[in-house]
Design a protein around this ligand. Structure first.
Ligand code: WQD
Length: 320
């Protein structure tokens, strides 16, 4: 099978590219290289392209034909929640506009299978302990809105011209499957804590008064390699199944608090710094944990790695 991976030179995308290559598939990467790095994708062909531009449609249609592309995995997007609040139009144009161009090119190029990177940010601040795909999706920032719209667009393309798609709602992704594919951005809890420790600063805990057992916020952490495997499971499902569109949570199904993450970081790094507990960060839900029954029952996927593996692999990649 030949697979085109948008955003394939990024942190998560490059893990999927490598797994596909290990399986012997031909991979074509489309990336604007704003955050992506070509050295992450091995010998995959790289097409440097911003999906939100007018050049995208013709370039994609010819890449589909040239490489006999049968399926697309679509990562390419802006992904910072705070930035999306400051610059909503940029998020609409990049994430929604880019996806619209991609879907039109797939329709015109006859590529009928899509795995779409969605996010737990589509849920907003849920009222339930675990979130299910058929529960309310009420995103509270433009980033989450663009991901929910992306899911709708994929679904609509299924109705309009028969696209078969799976949207994967990622929970808190961290870790590294290979030392050279670690997350180089310092935007999420674990990399931020590492950065603080290396600089000799105390890690900051946003909120110590949440209605949780230790007062810090709870998230569902998933190892990037497990997450990448979920994409291969979704591709196999689309090749075998007739359903037009499905949404799947991709998480571990269990939550860890910020303080629990910090305890694991202390174990792994051997650095013991007392954290500084500050005010809650605006817009943070107290608890966001996946119900993972749909993905385990439908795709046969579940996590194989725990929080210790996540922190340990992230730390090794950082030090490599
Ligand atoms: C995790 C927890 C923070 C930094 C975001 C997006 C989500 C998805 C993943 C893309 C929170 C706390 C953090 C720090 C802290 N992204 N924290 N001290 O906000 O759960 O999810 O990234 O799809 O859509 O919203 O991730 O890593 O920022 O925070 O206490 O220095 O750690 O408040 O409770 P978040 P995060």
């Amino acid at each position: 099978m030949s697979v085109l991976v948008t955003g394939g030179a990024g942190y998560i995308g490059s893990h999927v590219v490598r797994l596909l290559q290990e399986r012997g598939e031909e991979v074509v990467v489309v990336d604007d290289l704003s955050n992506g790095r070509t050295q992450r994708v091995g010998d995959a062909r790289v097409l440097q392209l911003d999906l939100a531009t007018d050049a995208a449609h013709p370039a994609l249609v010819s890449a589909f034909a040239e490489h006999g592309v049968e399926a697309v995995v679509h990562f390419a997007a802006r992904k910072q929640v705070g930035e999306s609040v400051q610059q909503p139009a940029r998020y609409w144009s990049q994430n929604v506009g880019g996806t619209a161009n991609l879907l039109q090119a797939m329709a015109d190029g006859g590529v009928g299978k899509l795995v779409f990177s969605s996010s737990a940010a589509t849920y907003g601040a849920p009222a339930t302990d675990v979130v299910r795909e058929d529960g309310p999706a009420e995103p509270i920032n433009p980033y989450g809105q663009t991901k929910l719209v992306g899911e709708w667009m994929a679904r609509a393309a299924g109705v309009a011209w028969g696209l078969r798609s799976a949207s994967l709602r990622y929970f808190n992704v961290a870790g590294a499957g290979w030392d050279d594919l670690g997350d180089t951005a310092v935007m999420n809890l674990i990399p931020i804590v590492f950065e603080a420790l290396d600089a000799g600063r105390a890690p900051v805990v946003f909120g110590g008064d949440y209605p949780t057992p230790d007062g810090s916020a709870i998230r569902d952490y998933v190892h990037v390699l497990d997450l990448a495997q979920a994409h291969l499971a979704a591709l196999d499902h689309l090749a075998a199944d007739e359903r037009p569109h499905d949404v799947f949570n991709v998480g571990s199904g269990s939550g860890s608090s910020v303080l629990e993450v910090l305890a694991v970081v202390r174990e792994v790094t051997g650095v013991d710094v007392e954290p500084e507990v500050r005010e809650r960060r605006a817009g943070d839900p107290p608890r966001l944990v996946a119900d993972v029954s749909r993905i385990s029952e439908t795709l046969g996927w579940s996590t194989t790695k725990d929080l210790r593996d996540i922190v340990d692999s992230a730390w090794r990649a950082r030090k490599a």
